[in-house]
Design a binder for this molecule. Sequence first.
Ligand code: MG
Ligand code: ZN
Length: 364
Amino acid sequence: MFRLGVLLFLYVAAGGVVSPVLAQSKFKMGRKPKNVILLIGDGMGIAQIYAGFTANKGQLNMLSQAQFVGLHKTNSASHFTTDSGAGGTALSIGQKTYNGAIGVSKDSVEQETILESAEKQGLATGLVSTSSITHATPASFIAHEKSRSLDTEIAADFLKTDIDVFIGGGAKFFKNGPQGRNLVADLEKQGYQVRYTWQEAMQVNQGKLAALTAEEHNPKFSEGRGEMLPQSTTKAISLLKGNKKGFFLMVEGSQIDWGGHNNDLDYIVTETVDFDKACGEALKFAQADGQTLVIITADHECGGLAITGGDFNTGKVEGKFGSKVHTPVLIPVFAYGPGAERFTGVYENTEIYHKMMELLRLKK
Ligand code: MG
Ligand code: ZN
């Protein structure tokens, strides 16, 4: 078994002490969770994680609190190296598809996503993202379009579901939908409380919430996004957790990937540490709740990042980039809670969907 090996290596490499959290597991093997929280760091490979870990002076929730670790293989049906459409769709429908696809098979046929299966079978559902909520990763869980670039069509697809909570950018695609349709009015007709800043969204304490927190993408963390991602994660959990049959929530740290495309290590570090705070919120809930499985992973690596130096005392980190685009390397999966032991080993990205579906007892 692969349990804790990577974590122990990281801690030893850090000259640190192995956290007691690593050694204990309050969950019996073979138990099934009531809730699943899937956290995706877009473009977050092992070097991005290690950069964040170093900059944060040797501490990340995803490393210190994970109970089981695995690796997944990201290649798409059309390309050796995936994009976020095919990468997100592999996780949402359990099939490899072509780059750019959103919730459709490699033959462009619509496939029910895990979020839709969960919704149909009585679970509460949510999506949180620092990009536009219509961007490839969140879109993959709720929309069915041949191309990720169809933002207004993707926005309209939100109205075809019964999702309970979504928080992210993309207001302009809802205000002015396909053929000029006002999707905000339609959301309100369907009972959503629509809010336009994340701070206002935090005031909503019950009912359905559509928080469109930016015209398109939310700002970078370094340019004033504040606690939008961790607080939105906590808010989504608090709105979903009352559902008797459980919930499925996907949270994305979208912009780690953009730091990779820009070959900007500071951008990667600040976005990774912010994403890890959201992971910390999910893990804190799961620890108290005892019935929640938390899965932390990425869709692919971006930038071909190598860490070439650093200092845990000052948080200084140095790196070099081998690419301006995505790379095909294996991606870590960190799991916590009932069913976490199922995520050890090395497997295709599509297996994550099948494991989550089985653990939540969902049928397509
Ligand atoms: Mg993304
Ligand atoms: Zn990218």
